[in-house]
Design a protein around this ligand. Sequence first.
Ligand SMILES: *[C@@H]1O[C@H](CO)[C@@H](O)[C@H](O)[C@H]1NC(C)=O
Ligand SMILES: *[C@@H]1O[C@H](CO)[C@@H](O)[C@H](O)[C@H]1NC(C)=O
Ligand SMILES: *[C@@H]1O[C@H](CO)[C@@H](O)[C@H](O)[C@H]1NC(C)=O
Ligand SMILES: *[C@@H]1O[C@H](CO)[C@@H](O)[C@H](O)[C@H]1NC(C)=O
Ligand SMILES: *[C@@H]1O[C@H](CO)[C@@H](O)[C@H](O)[C@H]1NC(C)=O
Ligand SMILES: *[C@@H]1O[C@H](CO)[C@@H](O)[C@H](O)[C@H]1NC(C)=O
Ligand SMILES: *[C@@H]1O[C@H](CO)[C@@H](O)[C@H](O)[C@H]1NC(C)=O
Ligand SMILES: *[C@@H]1O[C@H](CO)[C@@H](O)[C@H](O)[C@H]1NC(C)=O
Ligand SMILES: *[C@@H]1O[C@H](CO)[C@@H](O)[C@H](O)[C@H]1NC(C)=O
Ligand SMILES: *[C@@H]1O[C@H](CO)[C@@H](O)[C@H](O)[C@H]1NC(C)=O
Ligand SMILES: *[C@@H]1O[C@H](CO)[C@@H](O)[C@H](O)[C@H]1NC(C)=O
Length: 683
Amino acid sequence: MPLRRRWAALLLGVAVVLAVAAAGARAQDYNNGGGGDGEDEEEEEKPSFKAQEACNGAFLTYTFTEREKEYPRTKNATAQAFAFKATATVLNTMTEDLKAWQMFVGFQHKEILVTVGGAVLLDGTDLPANVSGGVTFAGYPMANLLNSIETAGDLTQIQAQIDITGTQFGVKPPTAPMPRTIKLSNPGFRCPKPTHKQSVMYVCCVKDPKFKAKKVNTTTRYLPRQKADLTIAYDVLQAFGNNYMVQVTIDNWSPIGRLDNWNLTWEWKRGEFIYKMRGAYTLNKEGPACVYSPAAGYYKDFDFTPAYSCEKRPIVVDLPPEREKDKDVGNIPFCCKNGTLLPPTMDESKSRAVFQMQVFKLPPDLNRTALYPPQNWKIIGKLNPQYACRQPVRVSPVVFPDQTGLMSSTPAVASWQVACNITRPKRRAAKCCVSFSAYYDDSVVPCNTCACGCGGGGGGGNDTATCDADARATPLPPEALLIPFDNRTAKARAWAKIKHRRVPNPMPCGDNCGLSVNWHIMNNYKSGWAARITIFNWQDYTFKDWFAAVTMRDHYSGYENVYSFNGTKMGAPFNNSIFMQGLPGLTYLEPITDGRTPEDPRVPGKQQSVISFSRKDAPNVNIAKGEGFPKRLYFDGEECALPDTIPKPSSAHRRAAAAASLGQIVMAVVLVMVVAVVDSLCL
Ligand SMILES: *[C@@H]1O[C@H](CO)[C@@H](O)[C@H](O)[C@H]1NC(C)=O
Ligand SMILES: *[C@@H]1O[C@H](CO)[C@@H](O)[C@H](O)[C@H]1NC(C)=O
Ligand SMILES: *[C@@H]1O[C@H](CO)[C@@H](O)[C@H](O)[C@H]1NC(C)=O
Ligand SMILES: *[C@@H]1O[C@H](CO)[C@@H](O)[C@H](O)[C@H]1NC(C)=O
Ligand SMILES: *[C@@H]1O[C@H](CO)[C@@H](O)[C@H](O)[C@H]1NC(C)=O
Ligand SMILES: *[C@@H]1O[C@H](CO)[C@@H](O)[C@H](O)[C@H]1NC(C)=O
Ligand SMILES: *[C@@H]1O[C@H](CO)[C@@H](O)[C@H](O)[C@H]1NC(C)=O
Ligand SMILES: *[C@@H]1O[C@H](CO)[C@@H](O)[C@H](O)[C@H]1NC(C)=O
Ligand SMILES: *[C@@H]1O[C@H](CO)[C@@H](O)[C@H](O)[C@H]1NC(C)=O
Ligand SMILES: *[C@@H]1O[C@H](CO)[C@@H](O)[C@H](O)[C@H]1NC(C)=O
Ligand SMILES: *[C@@H]1O[C@H](CO)[C@@H](O)[C@H](O)[C@H]1NC(C)=O
């Protein structure tokens, strides 16, 4: 009986696939959808066929084809791994094109995708990819599906097929392990719940009439350019039979986004190689090694020696400023900044990077018009935010003004855009952290244990053998913040003794952050209050043109001034935020240095300032109750980990706020600054 059922399921699957294909391929169809390989299936296949016939939108299917047990074999069905194959299709049944289609498949059996044909993962994840929880596919190489009217119903142009192989867990045969759902993710489409029949799932997604699309320029076939934190333009300037010249432009749009020594990488999907580059270079320049690449099979007598890179995933880095005017490798506007991209609000000329390259193609793309951008873009920097990049989307060709000053302009051959957004770091994956202290508590709340990771990765140390990665960080005396974590243990123990606290054994691990910030609430008067910010650099790295941003809660409206930094209020979406950068001459954050004598601990690089708030606009903020701490803090665009707790207001210090004038606060502030400058050990 089970065998029969399995056969039935398989036949049904085949029948529906045939039906779908046949229905699309044949306009005149007399027998309700071809297939018809058995009587018991006929009833089942009709709805699918009917659904497709009645669909005016995008018709999506997902068909589970087969699977096989993988090693190791286990008796536990839920732990058993299976190799599986499936296909998904997207068919455009509208009268207009479906541009840059995106299909979501809600996998639910801990699927790991190993190969994907006809599509790429929208978020650019490398394969094999853990897609438990679902994944969105984007079309590659066929990103747009044309309409039947302009193609005379040519299925190869109106339908995309995704071939999937991977591994999944659980679900005893013969039940088909199906995804939770499938849907079209393009904005402006509505998908009902998909219909699920054993090993087939299908749905017809239709345009949402309520969707307010931005004014689409109907004279172009392209999608509008996206707004994102960082965009990369891929503009083909010249196209030849077997190669093309392309200009890559990286633009930073985020007021807190930043990159230093950026590394840009992508994946060539069609065997291309980079012959020449200007304005940037590939980290591995291994032209001679190209003779081992697939390109060498086609370009038999080609001299690969001067080629830049034949790697499938080249790493591209910026040129140093010295090469800016170099006729061979530089000489491109906006090039050669040593990989630094600043927020446009700081310096617009430093928020863009440009390079050009000559790309050679392989058959079957030996046609001027056969242009495909590389996929799976990634960009990283040193202590910078993490960016997640989407796949390239074809946009209208960019128009370059004439270089010689004439009124004419030249459009690019073809343009694509890659949009990248900043992602928030996961717990224990930050690269900087914050400690809190206040005038009303003599203990400092240090950075969280393992705020920047523990035991390898994320810049963390490998010290979990001698410390507890899960213990709460021990409160410290203020002066302990000035020395490296490794040298704080004695101070922490002594402080615990004074405070009659028990120290955990083993001690909690360090924060492992290369940069930390102390937020200290200095005072609290009737008219206003102030906090001192100290930035510590624990690395052998100089931060140039550093900046920080702090997001406050309600008490933001009282913000008055930052005294020795250049502080400015930020606009939406960074409401309630203050942007701070060094004043001219103080734009460097020095690296850690050795102590005065070998017995002294090492000394971090520091920057310090005071920020003041008045009570006029925020009379209800209760500083003495611990309301003076920020909601978020960023350094060089990286979001820093905040402590889990705040200093405890102690009854002894809860005096009535002294009635001081604003002038007095400023006096106090100035005094502190003078002390800070004279001796920055005044924490
Ligand atoms: C089977 O494996 C699953 C997942 O690995 C596990 O949660 C479950 O406890 C195992 N069951 C038995 C009976 O071992
Ligand atoms: C895949 O990711 C899920 C959730 O993120 C996780 O539970 C699972 O262990 C991962 N699987 C593998 C094989 O890493
Ligand atoms: C639409 O695109 C065409 C061609 O790119 C351009 O000439 C025209 O100005 C655009 N119209 C609008 C309203 O943007
Ligand atoms: C990036 O964020 C913007 C604004 O939040 C959003 O409109 C856009 O769709 C996002 N883009 C990507 C690629 O996630
Ligand atoms: C460029 O960056 C490299 C690597 O961080 C550094 O060693 C070098 O000093 C930088 N050059 C300039 C001119 O900033
Ligand atoms: C402070 O920063 C703002 C914005 O970046 C800038 O316009 C202004 O000139 C800076 N002021 C000083 C004194 O550097
Ligand atoms: C190049 O592609 C275009 C459009 O696809 C086609 O019309 C043309 O014949 C092709 N040329 C060659 C030499 O294959
Ligand atoms: C760029 O890549 C190289 C090689 O993988 C690596 O050594 C370097 O640290 C990377 N740079 C950054 C900023 O991650
Ligand atoms: C990290 O610690 C583990 C356990 O003590 C050890 O096996 C491993 O070799 C260490 N790794 C490094 C990179 O030191
Ligand atoms: C940010 O401020 C703008 C302008 O003041 C306002 O329109 C917007 O709603 C605010 N956003 C949030 C999330 O508070
Ligand atoms: C500080 O800690 C480091 C690393 O553990 C150690 O080498 C150094 O001797 C310590 N210095 C002092 C003054 O304790």
